[in-house]
Design a protein around this ligand. Structure first.
Ligand SMILES: NC(=O)c1ccc[n+]([C@@H]2O[C@H](COP(=O)([O-])OP(=O)(O)OC[C@H]3O[C@@H](n4cnc5c(N)ncnc54)[C@H](O)[C@@H]3O)[C@@H](O)[C@H]2O)c1
Length: 269
């Protein structure tokens, strides 16, 4: 893959202050992209921006925005197009986790609302206010690429992460509609990670507890890394994936494909 294949291209990443968003920003900056990083956590966001500026020659702009708030998203979109010459890649990625445990009947309304608002409505609002203008960009052969972060919880419903599962199933469905709406100028795909240690789990121990409690075992016998996900994103933003749109890419060490057969229950993970 050409070292600087994103030279002259702009990238907007939501949830850019941590986890997949942070690592993707650094990786795409190294490939020549200029970046707008969006997050609600100002302190973390500024740290990430400084780190990327130190390690690359990219232009990086932090924008504080709650993706679930329409007015904030509209302002953010205006500023983003002002800062960047184009937005070739939208990584629609900001998201929050679910309290692990309460089923749909015990779930509190305010928790359900906040997860749907951030994880699903947030991605829709960002797509709504970024993609119209993206589609008009005179870039060839594609005007842009959108990647939405879903989850295996959106593929295999998890009753202990019910609001989260519903939000991510919604993201996969939204991605498919968006792919049809934006074709043939923009490709739209989703990624569905499994279990990867990021800020959303806080610690490796918290993730292990979640996995143990849910009897989650990975056939590939390890927890996912952030780098596993970045490698998939590199493919999706490159021209190698130009004929691919409307698909959900699962990256989970095999959990969603095989379910939880008994022979995996004695794995170390
Ligand atoms: N880590 C995993 O194993 C895993 C698995 C499947 C899906 N995901 C998804 O990956 C995406 C990225 O999460 P991560 O794992 O990197 O976690 P993370 O907590 O490290 O990063 C998420 C970022 O989103 C930001 N954010 C949260 N709410 C926001 C809002 N309303 N507006 C703007 N920014 C907001 C947070 O401040 C944080 O910086 C999420 O959509 C998450 O659901 C993660």
């Amino acid at each position: 893959m050409n070292e600087k294949f994103l030279d002259g291209k702009g990238v907007l990443i939501t949830g850019g202050a941590s986890g997949f968003g942070e690592a993707t920003a650094l990786s795409l900056a190294k490939k020549g992209a200029d970046i707008v990083l969006v997050d609600i956590d100002e302190a973390k966001l500024n740290n990430v921006v400084q780190k990327i500026k130190k390690e690359t020659e990219a232009q990086v702009f932090p924008l504080i925005c709650d993706v679930s708030d329409s007015e904030e998203v509209q302002n953010m979109a205006k500023k983003a197009f002002h800062e960047l010459d184009n937005i070739y890649v939208l990584f629609n990625n900001a998201g929050i986790g679910n309290i692990y445990g309460p089923d749909l009947l015990r779930m509190k309304e305010d928790i359900f609302d906040s997860i749907i608002n951030t994880n699903l409505r947030g991605q829709w609002l960002v797509a709504k206010y970024i993609c119209k203008k993206m589609k008009r960009q005179k870039l060839e052969p594609l005007a842009g690429k959108v990647i939405c972060t879903a989850s295996i919880a959106g593929v295999v419903a998890n009753p202990k992460l019910c609001a989260y599962s519903i939000s991510k199933a919604g993201v996969i469905s939204m991605m498919k509609s968006l792919a049809k709406t934006l074709a043939p100028k923009i490709t739209v795909n989703a990624i569905s990670p499994g279990y990867h240690v990021t800020g959303i789990y806080k610690t490796y121990e918290a993730m292990k507890a979640t996995m143990n409690d849910g009897n989650v075992k990975t056939p590939l016998n390890r927890v996912g890394t952030i780098d596993d996900v970045v490698k998939l994103i590199l493919y999706l933003v490159s021209d190698k994936s130009n004929f691919t749109t409307g698909h959900n890419f699962i990256i989970d060490g095999g959990i969603a494909e095989v379910g939880l057969p008994a022979n995996y229950l004695d794995s170390d993970v």
